[in-house]
Design a protein around this ligand. Structure first.
Ligand code: TXA
Ligand code: MG
Length: 335
């Protein structure tokens, strides 16, 4: 039988390039993004999977790589507030929040600007656009050089726990994306807080890396809650079974059965720890920021232990605790 020359072989999955966290790495990331390819990079919240937000073909490839439902719109990332103003209309409240929290872990959903370049597919056809100016220096370097809005959902397979390390990204997406820039573990560990400034009172669409209390202090008034009308979900990404490990998650548990795994918070232990498969503590000192940074990594590690159940000790709900409890409730929701 004739040997098939390499150029005629069926397309094998292409290797994912590993990029270094240096100027050559960010330049290569920007170059690949501008060419319509998919690149994972660190932000201060979680790793994002970037694509050219102006290019519907690149955005379609992104949905495909993540196996993400198409109706779920994406966040456009810009290097600065000026860039964000070109894509969406920031009202007085949005400007106030941008001044207080950008660059940083806040996303603003605002009316689409007349000169916006973010394509319809990236917005799932909505008349609004989600904008974020990340503070991570590697992300900002890539965004500056790419010189276009980069859409970036968390760099995990849709429905799985968000990645806070390059290794998490590769576990889900190796061979399916062009490149990954490894910038070490992310600092915040939770996705950005999403606030809609569309009409009237700004609305909290997703709790995240900026606590509600800090946003309300900057606004000078309380945020409206998420829209509870199930027929009109304002943050379509708020699917209940998001952030799901393979194991069953049991929040608010007070004792362990043999072979179960546990996620603790603070100094208290759980009854039955002696026969646990694995026990991790989000923050033995009870520090919320430390707990947020550890959340997704610990969930992945406990899941990898093979335990059928992850029991989660109670976690206070104030500050970043609102977002931590939100993610745990989603992880616990039946699939
Ligand atoms: O921290 C983050 O925000 C990370 C990093 C990578 O930047 N990104 C992230 O993206 O969490 P993603 O795709 O996992 O979440 C985007 C959320 C979804 O819940 C989506 O429904 C919502 O933003 N969203 C996007 N555009 C929207 C719009 N026009 N109106 C309402 N919600 C929108
Ligand atoms: Mg996500």
């Amino acid at each position: 039988m004739r040997r098939v020359p390499s150029t005629e072989r069926p397309a094998a999955p292409r290797a994912t390039e590993r990029l270094a966290p240096d100027p050559a790495g960010t330049a290569r990331a920007a170059e690949l993004l501008a060419a319509g390819r998919l690149v994972a990079f660190p932000t201060e919240t979680v790793y994002g999977l970037g694509a050219d937000g102006t290019d519907p073909t690149a955005v379609a490839a992104l949905y495909e790589a993540k196996e993400r439902p198409r109706f779920n719109p994406l966040i456009a990332h810009l290097p600065d507030t000026e860039g964000a103003r070109r894509e969406g209309r920031l009202d007085r409240d949005a400007e106030r929040l941008a001044r207080a929290f950008w660059p940083g872990p806040l996303t603003l959903v605002v009316p689409l600007g007349p000169a916006s370049r973010v394509c319809d597919l990236a917005r799932a056809g909505l008349g609004s656009v989600a904008l974020r100016v990340p503070s991570h220096p590697l992300a900002r370097a890539i965004l500056l050089q790419a010189a276009r809005p980069i859409v970036a959902p968390s760099a995990n397979q849709s429905g799985r726990v968000s990645p806070t390390r390059a290794g998490h990204v590769l576990a889900d997406l190796d061979g399916r994306i062009a490149a990954i820039l490894d910038g070490g573990p992310t600092e915040v560990g939770l996705e950005s807080t999403i606030v809609a400034c569309l009409e009237g009172t700004p609305r909290l669409l997703r709790p995240g890396g900026v606590a509600r209390e800090a946003i309300e202090a900057a606004l000078g008034r309380p945020l409206a809650g998420p829209d509870t009308d199930p027929g009109r979900p304002l943050a379509p990404g708020g699917l209940l079974s998001h952030y799901a490990p393979r194991a069953r998650v049991r929040p608010g548990g007070d004792r362990l059965l043999p072979g179960e795994a546990a996620l603790l918070f603070g100094p208290a232990g759980l009854a039955g720890s002696g026969e646990a498969a694995m026990i991790l503590n989000l923050s033995p000192a009870g520090d919320m920021a430390e707990a947020a940074a550890n959340l997704f990594g610990h969930l992945r590690a406990l899941d990898a232990s093979g335990a059928p159940v992850i029991v989660v000790a109670p976690i206070p709900k104030h500050g970043l605790g609102e977002a931590i409890n939100d993610r745990l409730a989603r992880a616990a929701a039946a699939r």
